[in-house]
Design a protein around this ligand. Structure first.
Ligand SMILES: O=C(O)CCC(=O)C(=O)O
Length: 288
């Protein structure tokens, strides 16, 4: 990990992120990186989904938006190498304007061919984190196109005073955050991301993704970063704080939330205790 050069991004990208709540940073990874990352994440997703042979039509409404494979880094050291890559972590720190960032968690989001749209939402309301200094790196392993389910963002929505839980997990259409009074007059912008580039969005930015009308799976890996020093903000359950016993008000600094920038000399890993605890609550996403 120590031999990759870490980018300092142009100030104009930081300004755009601060204004819009999202930004595409070009050429974070080269083609060799993307090939290797895709092979690695594909294998981890296949292992994660091995027991699930259901057709898309038999899945829940939420699962028809994407296969959500969370904490792949914990179970697969080959994925950990990519989830802990110092390049997007360094960019996340620059975007947030902080010295150090931790991982909140990683997840692959594979939208199958024919998969429905990802409903509009903000991320921060799903997380028991007091502060709102989080940013997601959304890394499309093939690049993203509107036809395959590119992301769309409401520019400036992270500054609109909105921190609204939208239940995208159930069987009925959720509230439409796009028609919230705080977002009046703002239209979502669909962003196609070239392969090797990374789209970053703030934890309060309202976003959605289109349906995948192509015949191939839209393959995306993501890493969520938070400023070091963020504290547990409530008792909403979440493995990233529950397993490490982080109490409300305490800084989030457990095994599951390692510092990713400044980069360590070795890829992070967790103890068997944490691996076992995570395996026991693999179905936590259905309980939200
Ligand atoms: O990839 C998607 O369809 C949605 C991604 C998303 O909501 C996120 O990364 O926060």
């Amino acid at each position: 990990m120590s031999n990759v050069s870490t980018p300092t991004i142009d100030a104009s990208l930081v300004e755009r992120f601060r204004a819009d709540g999202f930004v595409v940073v070009p050429d974070v990874f080269d083609a060799t990186d993307m090939d290797a990352m895709a092979v690695t994440v594909d294998a981890a997703v296949a292992a994660d989904q091995a027991d699930d042979q259901r057709a898309l039509a038999d899945k829940s409404r939420y699962e028809q938006s994407f296969q959500q494979c969370i904490y792949l880094w914990v179970r697969d050291p080959a994925v950990a190498r990519w989830s802990a890559d110092p390049r997007p972590a360094a960019i996340a720190a620059q975007l947030l304007g902080v010295e150090a960032v931790r991982m909140w968690h990683d997840q692959a989001l594979y939208k199958e061919a024919g998969g429905r749209e990802t409903d509009p939402h903000q991320d921060h309301p799903y997380w028991p984190i007091a502060e709102t200094d989080q940013v997601t790196a959304w890394i499309p392993l093939d690049g993203s196109t509107a036809a395959a389910g590119a992301m769309a963002y409401w520019p400036g929505s992270h500054r609109a005073g909105l921190d609204e839980f939208v239940d995208i997990f159930g069987d009925v259409d959720p509230d439409d955050i796009g028609s919230h009074a705080a977002l009046r007059g703002i239209e979502p912008v669909t962003v196609e991301v070239p392969r090797g580039s990374v789209a970053f969005h703030h934890g309060l930015t309202a976003h959605r993704a289109g349906a995948n009308v192509t015949s191939a799976t839209r393959r995306v890996h993501t890493v969520i970063y938070m400023a070091d020093g963020c504290r547990r903000g409530g008792d909403r359950r979440h493995p990233s704080v529950d397993i490490d016993g982080i109490e409300v008000g305490q800084p989030i600094d457990g095994e599951l939330t390692p510092i990713l920038w400044p980069a360590a000399s070795t890829v992070p890993s967790v103890s068997d205790r944490v691996v076992d605890a995570l395996a026991r609550i693999r179905d936590y996403r259905q309980k939200r």
